[in-house]
Every structure is written in structure tokens, then in C-alpha cells.
Write a protein that binds this ligand. Sequence first.
Ligand SMILES: Cc1cc2nc3c(=O)[nH]c(=O)nc-3n(C[C@H](O)[C@H](O)[C@H](O)COP(=O)(O)O)c2cc1C
Length: 177
Amino acid sequence: MHFNQLLRERYSVREFKPLKVSKALLVEVLEAGRMAPSAANKQPWKFILVSEDDNLKKLKKAYKRDWFKAAPQIIVICGDHDASWKRSFDGKDHCDIDAAIAIDHMTIRAAELGLGTCWVCHFQPDLIKEALELPEGIEPIALLPIGYPIVSKAPLKNRKQLNEVVFEEKFGQQLKK
Ligand SMILES: Cc1cc2nc3c(=O)[nH]c(=O)nc-3n(C[C@H](O)[C@H](O)[C@H](O)COP(=O)(O)O)c2cc1C
């Protein structure tokens, strides 16, 4: 699939077939995350693949939604705040930005492989930390349920118009045609 089409085809999948994805395919997705760029190339991330039902059950307590209960596998993307790059001028921590890029690589590669994912950030962090026995300094940033989508066709994208989000030369100045 052409990249431009892939960007339009990826969508947040919240209905999965009750099937596990093979380790080989999941590793392809994880590899796409590993290849992501990061500030000063610090790669301040850990990806935890969870497939065993007992462990999935614990993660699902942190985000109680019916659709999430049916997620066959979950990748937990964690950030290492001790490893991430901090901007010298104001100390801004780039951990979340780096993790987000890695996650986006994974969601797009998953879509290319016919898999569905959905970013989940609205979880109870303490429950995730406990379930995964995360060490101090390692923060769970997102949960990425992954599996075969029941509906493979993306719904119509609900996005702001280009002229609402793009300016030219200075803030508020419309892009000239
Ligand atoms: C940082 C981030 C956090 C999100 N958290 C959640 C979430 O907790 N639960 C959920 O159902 N969707 C979540 N989403 C999915 C968004 O709702 C979804 O990406 C958005 O509505 C656009 O739809 P699309 O992904 O189908 O294009 C999140 C997306 C992002 C990027």
C-alpha cells in the first residue's frame, strides 16, 4: 500500500477478531517502533508485549471499556525519563515526544500488515506499573491493543480542514494558493 493511502487507512480499531497475532508479525511491528527517530537518538523507550491471558486481565483493569476487554494482545509503550533528552534552555523532557513517534511508527506498520491498533492513554497508571512491575523512572505512556480488526475499512476521517491548522509565514496567516 502506498504510504499516503496507509495514512488514510489507519484508524483506531476498537473491535478485534478473537485471534492472537503471531510473534513474527508482532516483532515486525515492534521493529518499526525501534526504528523511530528520537531526540539526540536517546531511544528512551521500552515496549512490553503482553499476550498471556492472566497478564492481559491485569492490564485491562486499568482501562475498563467493553471493547478493550476483547483486545487479544497489548503492547505497552513505556518511557524512561532518566534516559530521555532534556533541552538545555528550559529542561523540557522529550520522552513523551519520542515515545509518540515510536508508537505512530508501530500503528502505521501494523496497518500495513493488516492489523488494527488503537492508542489508549486514558488508563490508571498505577495499575499498569503494578501489573508490569515497572522500575522507578519507567512510565507507562500508552497501551496499544493490537489484533485483527473485524472491520478492515477505515471510517471517514474526521479532521480539521487544512486551512484551520496550517498557516504561512506567521501565525494566523492563511496558506496562499
Ligand atoms: C495520545 C492519544 C491518546 C488516545 N487515547 C485514547 C483512549 O484512551 N481511548 C480511546 O478509545 N482512544 C484513544 N485515542 C484514539 C483517538 O480517539 C483517535 O486517534 C482519534 O479519535 C482519531 O481517530 P482515528 O485514530 O480513527 O483516526 C488516543 C489517541 C491518541 C493520539
